[in-house]
Design a protein around this ligand. Structure first.
Ligand code: PLP
Length: 436
């Protein structure tokens, strides 16, 4: 009998330390978590050398490919030149990025406040709205996700993300436009988008009657890619204006071309927001976020503010390079074309696999909701987990979301090609066939 102990794999070693030294609330995907080692464009490798086609991009963050040299080049050059100043000294990178954002954002959005994350961008937006309007009440949407700070958690409207005494002081939640599971039991379009009117009823009954802001993700990300009908945000916008509020578009997931053709998701609904918040895909993986608004609103911020790392020259260089790649390689158009192709192929899968209840989204932000029964629409979270695990074993990374954890989130980088979309769909098809 051999006494030789089995040597732990590199994955096992990392997972052991993760368990010992990191907070368990920070969950990992998969029964056997993937220990990532390196990435190159659309691919990720784990520490055992297995290669995966990445259709999630570290939660919609890899916009133009892992370690894209067109981004890492300027990033490294800036790191060697000047790594940090904090905002007490202006630098060329921060003003150039702010100028570029003023060009690509809709309407008169012109001035940026840079942050390290989406959470801070949303916090700043709400703070500004309260200062600018003199009102306190904020209207958000059910199923929203806004981040990990106390205020962002109180905007968030999913129980799992609101444990341990999160109280939404001054934040009220309207029903959302979740057509597949309409909260009002109606059907689009005969419903005449009645859910939008709930915003007005909520303002009249759940607030002081004048609001600081309405904040929403154009397509709810963590909520499971819930995509409102085309009339929805226009109706809500006019209600928000009637009650004196600012319209904040949380573009942390939908920004920077993700929804195809347009830079920002809210543009798909032909609404010009007062404030846009961004992060994730903005810097292709570096920690950068922004709250972008009009000159007039930015000027109404009272007192001082600062973010030590916000507007860091290295992260600003990465964000500028990411935007440049999106422009030069016409990726708004590619996201639209590949998004349409992906959507068509996912709808084919829906015909074939009874587990798929709904396919929704826009551009390269496509969600697939899994149900046990298409008539009762009972959510199928266990099967969703199994499909994800099978996809991983078959070499494809996708994400998951939704209140019930039953929505696959499929969001490759914006420069994905047709062959990769077809390969992802082939793996999805195989993986669904393996889950009964
Ligand atoms: C729509 C939305 N807003 C805000 C956030 C918070 O961003 P961060 O995790 O960078 O703080 C997220 C994160 O997933 C998000 O999806």
């Amino acid at each position: 009998m051999t006494t030789e102990a089995k040597q732990a794999t590199r994955s096992e070693e990392v997972l052991k330390k993760q368990k010992e030294f990191l907070w368990p609330a920070v969950f990992n995907y998969y029964k056997e978590p993937l220990v990532a080692d390196r990435g190159s464009m659309q691919y990720v490798w784990d520490v055992e050398g297995r290669k995966y086609l990445d259709f999630f991009g570290g939660i919609l963050t890899i916009s133009v490919g892992h370690a894209n040299p067109k981004v890492t080049g300027p990033l490294k050059a800036q790191a060697d030149r000047l790594q940090h100043t904090s905002t007490v000294y202006p630098n060329e990178q921060i003003v150039a990025l702010a100028e570029k954002l003023a060009q690509i954002t809709p309407g008169k959005l012109q001035k940026s406040f840079f942050t390290n994350s989406g959470t801070e961008a949303d916090e700043t937006a709400i703070l500004l709205a309260r200062m600018a309007t003199g009102s306190y009440d904020v209207v958000a949407l059910r199923h929203a996700y806004s981040g990990s700070s106390a205020l962002a958690k109180s905007v968030t409207a999913q129980a799992a993300w609101r444990k341990a005494g999160v109280i939404s002081v001054g934040v009220s939640h309207a029903v959302n436009a979740y057509c597949y599971r309409c909260p009002l039991g109606l059907t689009y379009p005969s419903c005449e988008v009645r859910c939008a009117n709930d915003v007005e009823n909520l303002i009249q009954t759940g607030t002081s009657g004048s609001i600081a802001a309405f904040i929403a993700e154009p397509i709810q990300g963590v909520g499971g890619f819930i995509t409102p009908p085309k009339e929805y945000f226009k109706i809500v916008f006019s209600i928000v204006k009637k009650y004196g509020g600012l319209f904040i578009a949380d573009e942390v997931q939908t920004g920077f071309g993700r929804t195809g053709k347009k830079w920002f998701g809210i543009e798909q609904w032909e609404v010009t927001p007062d404030i846009i918040t961004t992060a994730k895909g903005m810097g292709n993986g570096v920690p950068v976020g922004a709250t972008i608004t009009t000159a007039e609103l930015a000027d109404s911020f009272k007192g001082l503010t600062l973010s030590t790392f916000g507007g860091n020259p290295v992260t600003c260089a990465a964000a500028r390079a990411t935007i440049q790649v999106i422009e030069e390689e016409h990726l708004l158009e590619n996201a639209d074309a590949m998004g349409r192709h992906l959507r068509g192929r996912l709808e084919e899968l829906q015909q074939k696999h009874a587990l798929i209840g709904d396919v929704r989204g826009m551009g390269l932000m496509q969600g697939v909701e899994l149900v046990k029964d298409r008539t009762t629409k009972e959510p199928a979270p266990e099967a969703t987990g199994r499909v994800m695990d099978r996809c991983k074993e078959n070499g494809l990374l996708i994400g998951k979301g939704g209140l019930y954890g039953n929505v696959l989130r499929i969001s490759p980088m914006l420069n994905i090609g047709k062959a990769d979309v077809d390969e992802a769909v082939r793996i999805l098809d195989k993986s669904f066939s393996e889950v009964r």
